[in-house]
Design a protein around this ligand. Structure first.
Ligand SMILES: *[C@@H]1O[C@H](CO)[C@@H](O)[C@H](O)[C@H]1NC(C)=O
Ligand SMILES: *[C@@H]1O[C@H](CO)[C@@H](O)[C@H](O)[C@H]1NC(C)=O
Ligand SMILES: *[C@@H]1O[C@H](CO)[C@@H](O)[C@H](O)[C@H]1NC(C)=O
Ligand SMILES: *[C@@H]1O[C@H](CO)[C@@H](O)[C@H](O)[C@H]1NC(C)=O
Length: 219
């Protein structure tokens, strides 16, 4: 009989992909804005939809957390403006698993909490670690692998600015475990095939953090 946790994981694997990527809220509008002859005609197309409410997104969550993007897909008014703003909501000990953005540099500023960030730019680069407390900013260059964890037992909130309205996000482990298990095993030099099934789905973009933090915070 499957264990409760494996049932939960398979339920997550089925349920979570709904949130995994930003589906255009109005693809027709994106297309019309991209082919509009002038800025003024874009005004008519966008009409009153010039405000984006992060708190109304299904990904807005502090348990464990979530990443809410205001980008071309979720906020058509931003189409063609070459940037995304993201609200990073991290509940106690929540983390963003290692990922990179294929099409954007990423500047992140903390407004609440104490979040440790990790970044590796490419093979041979040293790891860059920053503690982001309110008012502190760090940079994840385009394509760099980065991860962060809220170390605190209270919420952390950070705001990201990225220089594309369609940044893309690639979660490393989720991408890796799409490869055949024997290829992953050979690449890692370990027998990791059996671990692939327990990599959490991308979901809201955030995940439960380290055992050390959770024990410290009594979670
Ligand atoms: C999507 O955009 C098109 C083109 O501007 C508009 O006609 C339509 O009403 C919009 N649909 C929704 C659901 O807002
Ligand atoms: C933030 O967390 C780091 C890592 O746990 C710690 O070294 C640092 O002192 C904390 N900063 C503040 C202001 O609490
Ligand atoms: C975190 O923020 C959410 C949303 O504002 C709130 O419901 C929750 O109580 C907060 N949690 C903590 C631990 O402060
Ligand atoms: C790898 O682990 C799985 C699951 O524990 C096991 O069935 C398999 O025999 C192992 N393969 C090797 C090459 O050790």
């Amino acid at each position: 009989m499957p264990s409760i946790s494996s049932l939960l994981l398979s339920a997550l694997a089925v349920a979570a992909p709904i949130f995994a990527v930003d589906t255009p809220v109005n693809a027709t509008l994106n297309k019309e804005i991209k082919t509009a002859p002038t800025e003024l005609s874009k005004l008519d197309l966008v009409r009153d939809d010039y405000a984006f409410d992060f708190t109304q997104s299904e990904k807005y969550s502090y348990s464990p957390g979530g990443v809410v993007n205001a980008n071309a897909a979720t906020f058509p008014a931003s189409t063609g403006h070459g940037m995304t703003v993201a609200w990073l909501a991290l509940g106690p000990c929540a983390m963003l698993p290692p990922h990179f953005h294929p099409r954007a540099d990423n500047f992140v500023v903390a407004v609440e909490g104490n979040t440790t960030t990790y970044m590796v730019q490419e093979n041979g680069a040293k790891i860059v670690t920053s503690n982001l407390t309110p008012g502190k900013l760090t940079i994840f260059p385009q394509g760099s692998v980065h991860s962060m964890q809220n170390n605190g037992c209270t919420n952390a909130t950070l705001i990201s600015a990225l220089n594309s309205d369609d940044t893309g996000t690639t979660n490393l482990l989720n991408a890796l475990y799409q490869l055949p298990g024997d290829i992953v095993d050979a690449a890692f030099g370990t027998n990791s095939t059996s671990n692939g099934g327990s990599v959490p789905d991308v979901g809201t973009g955030a995940a439960v953090g380290s055992a050390e933090c959770r024990a410290r915070c009594g979670l």
